[in-house]
Structure formats: structure tokens, C-alpha cells
Design a protein around this ligand. Sequence first.
Ligand code: HEM
Length: 417
Amino acid sequence: MSSASTSDAPGAAVPLAFGAFDPARRADPYPSYRALRAADPLYRIPLGELPATVVTRYRDCVTALSETAWGRDEVGTNAWRRAEALDGGLRSFLRMNPPGHTRLRGLVSKAFTPRVIAGLEPRITSLVDSLIDTALAQAGEIDLIDALARPLPLRIICELLGVPAQDEQTFRGWANDLTRGIDPDYLLTPDELARRVTSSRDFDAYFTELIAQRRARPTEDLLSSLVAVRDQGDMLSETELLELCALLLVAGYETTVNLIGNAVLALLRNPDQLALLRADPDLMPSVIDETLRYDPPIQFIGRLALRDTEIAGRAFAQGEIIIVLSASAQRDPDVFADPDRFDATRYAGTAPAPRHLGFGLGIHYCLGAPLARLETEIAMRALIRRAPDLALAMDPPPYRPHLTVRSLAALPVRLSS
Ligand code: HEM
């Protein structure tokens, strides 16, 4: 186990098994996951006063995500998350257990339906076309995150929530601060902790106003549908609506940026796989699933023992925290053939690979998966078709310090018009 260098560690020097601070690890964390997996299926890390256990193998991660003995840490005041963070955009039903989770997810699902998502296709297509037009007009070297991967999901989530174009950059700033704030508190600088709180308050104030406007004058957007949703007399309260907007922002934006970025990066590093995709663009859904397995935007998911239980033959007491290291589970050689290979056809055959955990599993399975898939597929199809000479201009590209979200700071590429 290599201990984390603390040179750029903002908080206490807590050793984190999967290497938070080493820039080399940031570029490729998978060898360290492999070492963890090989050493022990469960790795105990001291997390302030509260120890946590990292779960590294596939079948144990599946157990933790699907069995009712495991759930979310609803109270969440421990070394991982300080109390005021619950006033920091990190509430919502993602953090809840049944029955509260069941009720809220049910209500939201009535407005955020497959039909609503499918209806976005023409808008996503025209946005992608215009972003690629602009990128091609610049030609030469560009940052693909800035040119395509970021503006697409940002604009779509803004339009869904009814945020006008002139407020988009403000919204982006809040998203940055709240997404950074998902990482454990002890990894954040005092400035990052403070920004999480102020951005959350500004976000709440903005959306309180927007929700009031939609209540008075409903429009065609998702926010109006969420305000109006009813189920046998039940509805979303004002607070629940605010929490939901923050959840959609944090869960749905930076993740999609990185799904697009990680997929393009994997293809450009594996020209034989890119050639397969160019020859058969219908491999795109398989490429997306393979990216979610091979280099997932969400690297791990937290869980809490809701009662005494066990994993991998080891006992866990009620209240213990685990880190489900899904990005490691998906490279488990006991489950995935040749796991470190990016295989564009892995999910295309008649006997596809075991399911990945890139969108989670069980009752918290990602509600936005169809939207993320749609945006990524439309963007990637257009990019592959219109930029036949696309090439990496920097390898490895720079990463941001985030631990939970695998976040490309930029993806410099070359292309010609
Ligand atoms: C590539 C993009 C995305 C990835 C990798 C991703 C990943 C995930 C994961 C791993 C979870 C499960 C968390 C857990 O079990 O605790 C989750 C939940 C969730 N995601 Fe996504 N997500 C993506 C895009 C989106 C989008 C576009 C939206 C909506 C706009 C969204 C909304 C949600 C919501 C609401 C939940 C909570 C579901 C629940 O607790 O029942 N996600 N996502």
C-alpha cells in the first residue's frame, strides 16, 4: 500500500488507501486499485475518528449496493462529512433510505420520465451540431471538454430546470463548488468548504425564486412538471424541490462531462477500437457501457451498515461505513475477462459482460442514466463522423483533484475542419 504523499493535502494527513494526492495516481488510479484488490477484499482506512472499509471486489460491491442491510448515511455527521455540509447542497433523496427514498423517487419519476428524456433528442442533436461547427471552425488544437463535453450537459440541465442562458455561467460556478464538495471534508481546503456553503445558499435563493415563478406561471420545463407533480394527494414540498434541483445539478452535470471525456480519451488511446467503432457506429452503446466499466466518472459510492451484517466473511456492526470502490470492482479479473483492456465490443455480443456498476445498482440506480446515455451517444456519433482525424494532443491530460468524480481538467485534441 503506498501511503499518500501529503504535500498537496489540504487537511489532516489521513492516509487514503486509494491515493488522493499523487498526480500520477490521478492520471491512472487503476494500478493502485489492483494492488488493493490483490492484498485484501476489504481494506480498512482510518477516517478521522471513524474507521471506514474500502470494498474492492466485484461480488462484495454488488452485495453492498443491493442488500437491504446496507443503505445511505442519512445523518452523515462524521469525519467524512461535517454537519454544516448537510446545509451544503448534499441532501436530497440520494442520501435517504426507504421509506423516504421510495416516496421521493416515485414522485420524481412521474415527471422525469423516459418520454421526457426521449423528447430532448432534437434539442441535443442541434446543440451538438452547433458546438462541433464551432470546434471545427477553430480547428488546430482545442480542449474538447471546453468545446463539447462541458457545454452540452450544462446547457441541457439548465434548460431542463428552466435556467435562462444568461445565468448559465453562474450556475456552472455553483455546480463546480457543489461537485467539489462531494469529496470527504478532510480533503477540501477551508476555501473549498466555505464555497460549498455559500454556493449552496445562493443556489437555494435562486431556485426559491424560480420555483415561485413556475408555480405562478408554469412553462414546458421539467421544473414546472416537478412543481405540479401529484401522486394520490402527495406532492413535493418546497424544501424537497430545492434539494432535488441541487441533486440534479450535482449528479447529472459533471458526471456526463466526464463520461464524454473518458470515452473519447479511451478511444483515442486505443486506435484499433476506434477503427471498429468507425466501421460500425452502432457499437456506440457498447462503447458507452465499456467506458462506464473501464474508466467510470463516479469512482466509488458510500454506504452505511443499517444493521449488523457481514461482507466477505467479515462482520460489520450497525453504523459502520464502507466505501464501495466500484471502479475497482469493474476491473476484477474473477468477473471480467482481460479487465484492463478497453474493448469496444464487450457489451455488444449475444453474451455481454457482467453488468457494470457505473450507474450504481439497486434502489439508488441512477435516475438520469437514459439522459446521460442519450447526450453521450449523440455527441460521440457526431464527433466520430465529423472529425475523422481527431487525435490526442496531450497524454495524459490534466485531471482535477477530485476523488469521487473522475474529472478531466481538459482534454487537448487536434482536429482539422
Ligand atoms: C455519466 C453520467 C452519470 C453517472 C456516471 C451517474 C452515476 C450515478 C450513480 C453511481 C448513482 C448511484 C449513487 C448511489 O448508489 O448512492 C447515481 C444516482 C443518481 N443519479 Fe446519476 N449519473 C450520471 C448522470 C445523471 C444525470 C444526467 C442525472 C439527472 C439529470 C442523474 C441523476 C441521478 C439521481 C437523481 C440519482 C439518485 C437516485 C436515487 O438515489 O434513487 N445522474 N448516478
